[in-house]
Design a protein around this ligand. Structure first.
Ligand SMILES: N[C@@H](CCC(=O)N[C@@H](CS)C(=O)NCC(=O)O)C(=O)O
Length: 215
């Protein structure tokens, strides 16, 4: 049985964003059952957990003695097991993986910086000064992504793990109005999030937080 780590609880601003969500989504798309290891800050810093996830973060993936960390690598490992996430055609496969890297390396650093400024450093003078530059950089990347997308339904011919990861990254902007300037990108995100596997994954993450809240 696959085990993934997730947080026992996070504040509302982070619920529905924590990176185990993208792994749950991939597992749902692949039809692979999993269980969660719910952790708290004490576990995060424990030697036992650090042996699985060197940075003490979530998500961590474990199956049959194989332990993986970094959501991108976990997604690639899951996607390689199903045509539902990675096409069999070698060129299409390579393009899907290309979009995974684009999501992680060309979009996420900007939107993550913005989220950190807004959630972790609000009111700090340096953050107020730096924020407009981060907004501009994020907007530029969104506009470039929207241009690529054009009238396509997905980043390539069909839904792949590249879309799953890109959508997961775009969600980080949900507290802003940045997506309003790119209606086709917003529609793309909505199209991917309407998939039943995403809805199941989201419900599962939120249910784990509810479980802790009612404990
Ligand atoms: N690059 C890592 C980032 C993981 C990450 O930032 N996880 C967050 C939750 S979304 C976390 O565990 N934060 C707590 C910490 O960094 O101590 C990945 O994609 O897996």
């Amino acid at each position: 049985m696959i085990t993934i780590s997730a947080f026992k609880w996070v504040p509302p601003f982070a619920q529905g964003l924590v990176r185990d969500l993208r792994v749950r989504w991939a597992l749902e798309e692949a039809g692979l059952p999993y269980q969660t290891r719910l952790i708290d800050p004490a576990v995060q810093s424990s030697p036992d957990y650090r042996a699985c996830q060197p940075f003490g973060q979530v998500p961590m993936f474990e199956e049959d003695g194989l332990v993986l960390f970094e959501s991108g690598s976990i997604l690639l490992h899951i996607a390689a097991r199903t045509e539902a996430l990675l096409p069999e055609d070698q060129k299409e496969r390579a393009r899907a993986i290309c979009w995974m890297f684009a999501a992680l390396n060309s979009i996420e650093p900007f939107v993550q910086q913005l989220a950190e400024i807004d959630f972790f450093w609000p009111g700090q003078e340096w953050a107020k000064l730096h924020r407009p530059d981060v907004v501009n950089a994020s907007q530029r990347r969104l506009s470039e992504l929207a241009t690529w997308l054009g009238n396509r339904d997905y980043l390539e011919r069909r839904f792949t793990v590249g879309d799953l990861l890109m959508t997961s990254v775009l969600r980080i902007l949900r507290h802003t109005d940045l997506m309003e300037a790119a209606p086709q990108l917003k529609a793309y995100q909505a199209r991917c999030e309407a998939r039943p596997p995403f809805q199941r994954a989201l419900r599962a993450q939120l249910a784990d937080f509810d479980q802790r809240a009612s404990a």
